[in-house]
Write a protein that binds this ligand. Structure first.
Ligand SMILES: NC(=O)C1=CN([C@@H]2O[C@H](COP(=O)(O)OP(=O)(O)OC[C@H]3O[C@@H](n4cnc5c(N)ncnc54)[C@H](OP(=O)(O)O)[C@@H]3O)[C@@H](O)[C@H]2O)[C@@H](O)CC1
Ligand SMILES: Nc1ncnc2c1ncn2[C@@H]1O[C@H](COP(=O)(O)OP(=O)(O)O)[C@@H](O)[C@H]1O
Ligand SMILES: [K+]
Length: 505
């Protein structure tokens, strides 16, 4: 799914809102009146809301601004009232310019509910933990940091223990550009957003404001959205599953490639076990794991399905094996950073002729020597976590928007694929697009989860998936397996081996 922007710079240097454009195009070409589109959006919000919050749950306070986000709030309040919800409406008079749709929805209340108008700071009500707040103050139209009445309302909400559900975007959060350090932004527990995820929602720095979020379709014109030139995407099930190649009835193991996994060192043979097992669970025909000698008995016992080749060195990898017989290579999990291992990495980068996935200490070794960076093969898949990526680029970022710019820059200038891991792992492609992953959970924030990902991507590369596809699909399926593992074990208890056991293609 595309991530539409509220603030996109055109080639001429002006700013446009893709969301507004899609909105206006839909109004003209469906055609549908603007007020009816708002009605549809509000109904879509309500359909999700009632699944989470039953009628008798809590007293609801609907806080409305006077733009279209406020118009949504009024329509949502009318719909919930008709369903029997106990609610009050507050209108925060932050501006004298009420939008046309806001006015129309005010009329549609027909004196059934009487909104309370808030025009002064001392009129802001007290909020407490038994209140459920629907935040319809400001959404995509935020044009500057909060100030005055609306800022005070948000401050008071943030200090309260009230539960908060935001309509479209939490008030005060810019949808796709940087907020200032001192900006006051509403801390929502839940956000139901229209049509497309917002870029701000997938960035760690905004996690406290957006809470859990969900996208609801409001039927904006798909053909128009399809034509928009986007830089940011969200890998959902539809996109990921389209990559999966079915296995032919008459297939034999030769059709699915022979992978080489170079992994492990003394004390870190577990990383080799995890990555190799994950590779096997992801459809590879054959795998050979290349490990230092200390790993031999462990690997042969733990993974009878894998072949094992050992380096003469007992404790770490030192000598390059023959690379000729493999369709793809994985390198890095648990290999350590011994100087002799660094020599091996250099040789791999010079000699490799097949797709490669590079992880962990292999990335740290590359980061420590700029001449290795220059040897990165085009189309290589790199899987750094944020610290490893910082080492690769040799600098820290000030904020997540700068991080995205650096990520894009790295993938374009090295013509490689970078999977920057974390919640909503960002996969940057050589064409400069960034694809955020939709699966995964905090139970995966544990040692070994990354090794599983490397094994999965290696399996896909060996089977002939293009590096872009292997990265996007591997990251998606890894997160999905993590979600299944969390269902079985819970996020606290689950471990990397559970992710492997939950891989299901
Ligand atoms: N296509 C879609 O997705 C659809 C979107 N829909 C809905 O429309 C919403 C967008 O509505 P919108 O454009 O009217 O903007 P909105 O968020 O109400 O804010 C505008 C108001 O805020 C004001 N204002 C701005 N900054 C401020 C500040 N710092 N402090 C104080 N005031 C500030 C600004 O005032 P001004 O700048 O003129 O002074 C103006 O009055 C969107 O989020 C969704 O809910 C659906 O109904 C239908 C389909
Ligand atoms: N909060 C989270 N939500 C979703 N996925 C996560 C979260 N934290 C970590 N992960 C995933 O778990 C994996 C952790 O990888 P990594 O940091 O390399 O761990 P390790 O090196 O210990 O194996 C990554 O794929 C990452 O995307
Ligand atoms: K809002």
């Amino acid at each position: 799914m595309k991530i539409l922007l509220t603030r996109k710079q055109t080639k001429a240097g002006n700013y446009i809102s893709e969301i507004k454009e899609a909105d206006e195009y839909t109004i003209v070409h469906e055609p549908i009146a603007s007020i009816d589109l708002m009605e549809r959006a509000s109904r879509a919000f309500v359909s999700i809301f009632i699944r989470h919050f039953p009628v008798s749950y809590k007293k609801i306070l609907v806080l409305c601004g006077v733009g279209d986000n406020g118009g949504d709030g009024l329509a949502i309040a009318r719909m919930l009232y008709a369903l029997g919800y106990d609610l009050e409406i507050y209108i925060i008079n932050h501006s004298t310019k009420q939008s046309a749709n806001f006015k129309k929805n005010l009329e549609r209340l027909q004196n059934k509910i009487h909104p309370v108008e808030i025009s002064e700071i001392d009129e802001i009500p007290d909020f407490n933990k038994n209140d459920l707040i629907i935040d319809a103050m400001l959404g995509a139209g935020l044009s500057r940091p909060l100030e005055g009445l609306i800022e005070s309302t948000v401050e008071k909400l943030n200090e309260s223990e009230a539960e908060i559900v935001a309509v479209d975007i939490p008030t005060g959060l810019f949808a796709d550009s940087l907020n200032g350090d001192k900006d006051i932004i509403l801390k929502a527990d839940y956000t139901i957003t229209f049509q497309t995820p917002k870029l701000a929602f997938v960035l760690p720095q905004n996690g406290d404001f957006v809470g859990n979020w969900e996208v609801v379709s409001i039927g904006l014109h798909e053909e128009f959205i399809g034509k928009l030139e986007s830089r940011y995407f969200y890998t959902d099930s539809q996109i990921a599953e389209a990559f999966i190649k079915p296995r032919s009835k008459f297939a034999n193991k030769g059709h699915f490639g022979h992978a080489l996994m170079m992994a492990g060192s003394y004390g870190m043979i577990g990383a080799a076990v995890l990555s190799t097992r994950a590779c096997l669970r992801s459809g590879v025909g054959k795998i050979t794991v290349y490990a230092p000698e200390c790993g031999y008995a462990i690997l042969q016992t733990a993974i009878p399905e894998a072949m094992c080749l050992t380096d003469a060195n007992k404790a770490f990898l030192e000598t390059l094996p023959k690379l000729d017989n493999y369709q793809a290579i994985g390198i890095g999990c648990g290999i350590g950073t011994a100087p002799k291992t660094a020599g091996l990495i250099e040789e791999v980068l010079k000699q490799v002729k097949v797709p490669i996935v590079i992880d962990a200490d292999a990335l740290n070794i590359i980061a420590s020597d700029k001449k290795l960076l220059a040897l990165l093969p085009k189309g290589a898949v790199l899987t750094p976590h944020p610290k490893e990526f910082q080492r690769l680029i040799g600098k820290k970022w000030e904020n997540d928007y700068e991080k995205l710019a650096l990520l894009e820059d790295f993938a374009v200038s090295h013509q490689c694929i970078v999977c920057l891991k974390g919640a909503f792992t960002a996969v940057a492609l050589p064409d400069g697009t960034i694809h955020f992953n939709s699966t995964g959970n905090a139970g995966m924030a544990k040692g070994g989860s990354g090794d599983v990902l490397t094994g999965m991507i290696l399996a896909l590369l060996a089977q002939g998936y293009k590096p872009e596809e292997a990265a996007l699909l591997g990251v998606y399926e890894h997160g999905l397996a993590g979600d299944r593992a969390a269902q079985l074990k819970g996020t606290t208890a689950m471990i990397a081996s559970d992710i492997i056991e939950s891989i299901r293609f």
